[in-house]
Design a protein around this ligand. Structure first.
Ligand code: TXA
Ligand code: MG
Length: 353
């Protein structure tokens, strides 16, 4: 398939490119669009054939539902049963990195919702995404634009790696500002259930709705008979090809451990800027200053993808704190590492492990 690759730097001047993306979508084609979280693999959410194409291109199991992207929060009325809490969330966080699960209307086919009566709705703030959705005049189903099981794509370079030749158009809107997928919440009576942490943090949600529960799937490993509220949570995600181990310990101990590991192994190290001087300059993948969690979120998927190209024996990264945006970073890394955490403390060095 021929894929058009178009970089949009000026929406008004590039009106014709926005028109082209919109018309491909209306005709049932696939267009990768930039969003403020990660790139999305878009198709017409009301067209079962488009949804099927999305699942095929992504290699995704068809019971894992797609997020439906709309131009304004009010557009949800056409596709879902909204309520008072939805509008409170919308007023606070839309457009932006929040996805809300609602009961679907018949305007959205089951092929898009993975057979569920509920649907995920999101109103992205990226101006290019907004322009394309508005111009198309249809809701856009878009999972993260990565081949199933790979880290989400946060720049067009990674989209091209996964989808050039497999979609009709790739719209390059620059690097994604947040770099982690949207926060997903489900409304349950007068409370919220957090299904996937993201840039809209638990604290921010709590300001809008007093009761917020955290779904156990965010941190736990599911038992064989357990079903997650969010189907995507049961699949292994973001897995780099080499094993990823998360290091849990104070900065000094972890650095000492990394220095000694570099002597015996080809290890890729996802590290803080402050550690660069102390480590040997090989396979180092900095994600920003230690306290700059926003930078860590923005860079982590790119770094995991880089790891695949370096083919190290092992990859090390710091276990993030679970506070604020850290909860989202922790959730992505713990799954990428298949829950492998190594506790580094003084005992580690005296006894060895
Ligand atoms: O930031 C994002 O949300 C990005 C951008 C492109 O918008 N999209 C994204 O989509 O991350 P995806 O498909 O990779 O992740 C969507 C998640 C999946 O885990 C899916 O199971 C869950 O949303 N989901 C979708 N519909 C659902 C529903 N009706 N009930 C529960 N979970 C749902
Ligand atoms: Mg995804």
């Amino acid at each position: 398939m021929d894929t058009r690759l178009v970089k949009i730097e000026d929406i008004e001047a590039q009106n014709a490119d926005i028109d082209l993306a919109a018309s491909i979508l209306k005709d049932g084609g696939l267009v990768v669009i930039p969003t403020e979280t990660v790139y999305g693999l878009g198709g017409d959410a009301t067209n079962p054939a488009s949804s099927k194409k999305i699942y095929e291109a992504k290699g995704r199991p068809s019971d894992n539902p797609l997020i439906i992207h709309i131009a304004t929060a009010q557009d949800a009325e056409k596709y879902a049963h909204t309520n008072e809490i939805y509008y409170r969330l919308a007023d606070a966080f839309m457009p932006g990195p929040l996805t809300v699960i609602l009961q679907k209307k018949d305007t959205v086919p089951y092929e898009t919702t993975g057979g569920l009566d509920t649907m995920a709705i999101r109103c992205p703030s990226h101006p290019v995404a907004h322009a394309i959705i508005e111009r198309a005049g249809i809701p856009i189903a878009a999972p993260s634009a990565n081949i199933s099981g790979r880290p989400s794509a946060t720049s067009s370079e990674f989209v091209v790696e996964d989808f050039f030749g497999r979609v009709d158009m790739i719209v390059d809107g620059g690097d994604c500002e947040i770099g982690l997928e949207s926060t997903i919440v489900m409304i349950k009576n007068d409370s919220l259930v957090l299904l996937r942490p993201g840039a809209i943090t638990l604290d921010a949600l709590s300001c809008v709705c007093e009761k917020v529960e955290i779904s156990p799937t965010i941190e736990g490993v599911l038992g064989e008979d357990e079903h997650p509220l969010s189907p995507g949570m049961k699949y292994k995600h973001y897995a780099p090809a080499s094993p990823l181990v998360l290091l849990d310990g104070n900065d000094e101990d972890v650095l000492e451990f990394l220095i000694s590991e570099q002597k015996t192994k080809r290890c890729a190290i996802i590290c803080y800027d402050e550690e660069l001087d102390a480590l040997e300059d090989k396979l180092l993948l900095p994600i920003g200053a230690k306290d700059d969690i926003v930078s860590h979120g923005k860079m982590i998927f790119a770094r995991l993808r880089q790891c695949d190209k370096l083919s190290p024996d092992i990859i090390y990264a710091h276990l993030p704190d679970k506070y604020g945006l850290g909860l989202a970073l922790h959730n992505r890394l713990i799954r990428a590492a298949a829950h492998t955490v190594l506790k580094i403390d003084k005992d580690y060095f005296t006894k060895g492990v």
